[in-house]
Write a protein that binds this ligand. Structure first.
Ligand code: KIV
Length: 274
């Protein structure tokens, strides 16, 4: 297996640099992080973009959907991540219920995220239906990443986490929404769980980067939830997920060994005490 060259460019990643990467055909690597320690490791490993995703609702708080997480909780995660990051571009998700109500509410949610976390930009789910909110936020000087296809904040409307935009009408709306978001000034778009041919078409039509999750190889970058690709989460194995580690087993083994060492009075030994 060939080992990819680690990113040695120490300059801070900006939204402008992502567009440059797309232009020269360099793929963008993006992953989620929710806390200081993990963000520090991921950033030092050379990640381009770190997403403080509202998937924190699932993997950090144990909820079954992303809906319950609050703006205060996202700000807490965003602040923690920012303390560990020097180089990666940091994107914070605006959580459900903080931007769909009105453009005014949307801009004040986005301003709170930027002021309190010091993150670089925000991400929002949806197309034409959130047009005014996106416009207001960009007009306030805040860079916006869009999110189309499977949008988990609308799970109760979809009723299922299955692949989106297989039908022509939904694919057509997705293409229109992607163009709309680019025209409004979004700097990139996440395309989640849509057919690879559709994602590749959108990526070739637009000048801003398309970051895929379950959207095939024809896009400009990939994003995964860290807890999924590191093998911490259980019972979630969609086709698009590649597991790069099995940390659940590693952690279980280490914790069990520690328990045994305590029980048989092997820990602490003489060198491990004062
Ligand atoms: O919240 C999240 O983790 C996301 C990714 C799935 C793109 O939005």
């Amino acid at each position: 297996m060939s080992v990819a060259k680690r990113n040695t460019d120490e300059r801070k990643v900006t939204t402008h640099r992502l567009t440059e990467m797309k232009k020269r055909g360099e793929k963008i690597a993006m992953i989620t992080a929710y806390d200081f320690s993990m963000a520090k490791i991921i950033d030092a490993a050379g990640m381009d973009v770190i997403l403080v995703g509202d998937s924190a609702s699932n993997v950090m708080a144990g909820n079954t959907t992303t809906l319950p997480i609050t703006l205060d909780q996202m700000i807490y995660h965003g602040k923690s991540v920012m303390k560990g990051v020097k180089r990666a571009l940091v994107v914070v998700d605006l959580p459900f219920g903080t931007y769909q109500g009105s453009p005014k509410e949307a801009v004040s949610s986005a301003i709170r995220v930027m002021k309190e976390t010091h993150a670089d930009c925000i991400k929002m789910e949806g197309g034409a239906e959130i047009r005014k909110a996106v416009e207001r936020i960009i007009a306030a000087g805040i860079p916006v990443m869009g999110h189309l296809g499977l949008t988990p904040q609308s799970i109760n409307r979809f009723g299922t986490y299955t692949v989106r935009a297989r039908e022509d009408s939904e694919a057509g709306k997705l293409i229109e929404d992607a163009h709309l978001l680019e025209n409004l000034g979004c700097f990139a778009i996440v395309l989640e769980k849509i057919p690879a041919t559709l994602a590749a078409r959108v990526a070739s039509e637009l000048t801003i980067p398309m970051i895929g999750i379950g959207a095939g190889a024809g896009v400009d970058g990939q994003v995964l939830v860290a807890h999924d690709m590191l093998g911490i989460t259980e019972g979630f194995s969609p086709r698009f997920l590649r597991r790069y580690a099995n940390l659940k087993d590693t952690i279980t083994g280490a914790v069990q060994t520690y328990i045994e060492d305590v029980k048989r009075q092997d820990f602490p030994n003489e060198k491990e005490q004062y």
